[in-house]
Design a protein around this ligand. Structure first.
Ligand code: ADP
Length: 600
């Protein structure tokens, strides 16, 4: 019930905020549907009573006008209601479509803004999938849920009307219909339970299907799938999933069969008893023939309305349990605390960073990646971080960028714990090129200057020249406006690994952030190109704080300090010359091992 309340309140709020016209559609439908329902019960009675009077000898001339009036009313109301409903339904259909796109967009936006930690959290990822599925045809989205609420309101109104009519003519009909309804609803509820259970089983298989046919079919996997001839394996996997899905559907149909038979039998018994009762009243002349017709039609309408209410309530429960996943996803709790503090401008466009006794292990992991790490990075300092693979260098950067929260200790900027700063402002501090950076399937220009409407062409050109990408870009079919990848654009290009890295570096340089971080972004470049980039980068970064992670120690020479990560912490710290001079030191060893590749 909580799910229903929560989801319904959410849908009503969103609909009222975004598309109040939807409620006008519902009002038109409500007026039309109630008038049509009452007309179907009342006009046949009025018509029949008039006709019977004529057949029993009353003069036709006295009754003809009324007979014609009722007949015309019957047809006219029908035509009017149909016309109004079709207009309202069309408007509602368009709004429903709009809401589908809108909710997809809400999911996408929320997924992009969620705490980074959640992108690796299986629960959060599962919630994202459930939100997507829940808002599809399973619930029918915003309009699907509101349709249920509308059907309940409409049928309650019609039910009150026909109950009053029945009560005046054949009151015993009410308990007969109600008893049948209790039995039929119980049987229907069992059928729905079976269907919901199947949904849970199907949900996982749908996700696997989606992965095989949508994600793997994308160009990113194109090379691997072809070269490893994986398409047959994909086909086989899909077939296995399809077989399992068929089993689930079969199980659902078999499980529901006896309940469906029960529903048919209950219907037959109910109709038999009702007709017998009303028939007896008519035979004994307690009610007229017109009343008989009205009671029969009212009984059908009463039963239909009651069943519609119960079905709609159950349908609403079912739809809300799916759609609620969407609401829960939007409310997914933040993984990290953030504050409201603003970053005081320290003048030089840089800030003092301090790691105080920081220890960290990844969520859902027991193993500490960093322990008791202490390090200060002064404003404007250029720090190089080196260490073997898995030493925790990238983790150090992720902690600094506040993608994860430290397990123990604290990271401060200008003496204040970074968790106390407001999110948006904090993010502006950094321009980072991660090792596993991603480019977007947009133009080169949009990749380097993302989201910036007023592109500073001069600066863009300067940055691209510094990274050596400008010349390459000129050779592309549309220059800087050439789209990367072929996702949306036939003429899209695949940049080489080196060009992609240069693009990512250009993006970081273009963003005028006070702290610049390069996490081994030069792995796809040859040593000479890397040397060039670091040399130029050093000049370009100038007075800003810069942190470089590199395997190639030749690049470290440019830096003020070098931190050597080993044994889960900063094992050595100093200038290049100091560390090289440190006999038996890790850095000195690494440098000597690599130096042979760079002699001449
Ligand atoms: P480096 O950058 O020095 O190569 P990382 O910081 O990437 O090292 O990784 C340090 C350790 O943390 C490794 O043992 C790695 O397996 C582990 N690790 C990295 N990312 C995650 C993650 N998201 N979840 C759990 N463990 C991780």
């Amino acid at each position: 019930m909580r799910e229903v309340k929560k989801t319904l309140a959410f849908m009503l709020r969103v609909a009222w905020r975004e598309k109040p016209a939807l409620f006008v559609s519902y009002l038109i439908l409500f007026a039309g549907d109630t008038v049509a329902a009452m007309k179907n019960v009342l006009i046949p009675k009025l018509l029949l009573d008039e006709l019977l009077l004529v057949t029993e000898g009353a003069p036709l001339s006295e009754h003809l006008r009324l007979i014609v009036l009722y007949a015309v009313l019957h047809v006219a109301i029908d035509a009017l209601v149909r016309a109004a409903n079709s207009v309202a339904e069309r408007a509602k259909g368009e709004i429903s479509q709009w809401f589908q796109e809108y909710c997809d967009m809400m999911i996408g936006e929320h997924a992009m803004k969620m705490d980074y930690e959640h992108t690796e959290n299986p629960d959060a990822l599962d919630q994202l999938n459930k939100a997507r599925e829940g808002m599809s045809w399973y619930s029918g989205g915003v309009v699907g849920v509101l349709d249920c609420a509308y059907r309940i309101v409409l049928n309650v109104a019609v039910l009150s009307g026909v109950t009053t009519l029945i009560f005046t003519r054949c009151p015993l009909l009410l308990p007969i219909q109600a008893a049948a309804l209790v039995v039929i609803s119980w049987l229907t509820a069992r059928c729905n339970e079976i269907e919901t259970r199947s949904f849970i089983g199907l949900s996982k298989r749908n996700r696997i299907f989606d992965y095989i046919f949508f994600q793997l079919a994308s160009f990113q996997y194109g090379k691997d799938i072809r070269l490893y001839d994986s398409s047959r394996m994909m086909g086989d996997m899909a077939k296995t999933q399809l077989d399992e899905m068929t089993d689930i559907w079969k199980g659902e149909a078999n499980g529901q069969l006896r309940y469906r038979w029960g529903i048919d039998i209950a219907n037959v018994v109910r109709d038999g008893v009702s007709y017998f009762y009303i028939g007896m009243l008519a035979v004994r002349r307690v009610i007229s023939v017109g009343d008989f017709t009205m009671c029969v039609l009212s009984a059908t309408q009463l039963y239909n309305s009651l069943q519609n209410i119960i079905n709609s309530v159950m349908d609403m429960k079912k739809r809300c349990s799916y759609a609620c996943q969407f609401v829960l996803f939007l409310e997914y709790p933040a993984a990290m605390r953030t504050g409201e503090r603003s970053l005081a401008d320290t003048g030089g466009g840089g800030h003092v960073i301090t790691f105080r006794d920081v220890s960290f292990r990844y969520p859902r992991s027991e193993k500490y990646v960093l322990r008791h790490l202490n390090l200060t990075i002064r404003q404007g300092e250029h720090l190089s971080i080196v260490g073997l693979n898995g030493a925790g260098k990238t983790t150090f950067i992720k902690l600094l960028c506040r993608l994860y929260e430290v397990t123990e200790g604290e990271i401060c900027i200008d003496g204040v714990n970074i968790m106390e700063y407001a999110d948006e402002e904090y993010r502006k501090l950094f321009a980072v090129v991660f090792q596993d950076f991603r480019l977007f399937a947009f133009s080169l220009r949009e990749n380097v200057a993302p989201g910036l409407e007023d592109v500073d062409e001069e600066r863009l050109r300067e940055v691209l020249t510094q990274t050596g990408l400008y010349e390459d870009a000129q050779k592309l079919p549309d220059g800087l406006d050439t789209v990367i990848y072929k996702s949306f654009e036939e003429k899209g290009v695949e940049l080489s690994g080196g060009q992609q890295q240069k693009t990512a570096i250009s993006r970081a340089l273009y963003r005028d952030a006070p702290i610049v971080i390069l996490d081994e972004p030069t792995a796809a470049l040859d040593p000479v190109a890397e040397y060039e980039i670091y040399r130029q980068f050093h000049t370009l970064v100038g007075g800003k704080t810069a942190i470089y992670i590199s395997h190639r120690l030749s690049s470290c020479r440019f830096c003020d300090h070098i931190a050597v990560f080993a044994e889960d912490t900063v094992k050595e710290y100093g200038t290049h010359d100091e560390l090289v001079a440190h006999e038996g030191g890790i850095y000195a060893e690494m440098f000597r091992a690599q130096a042979q590749y760079y002699v001449d």
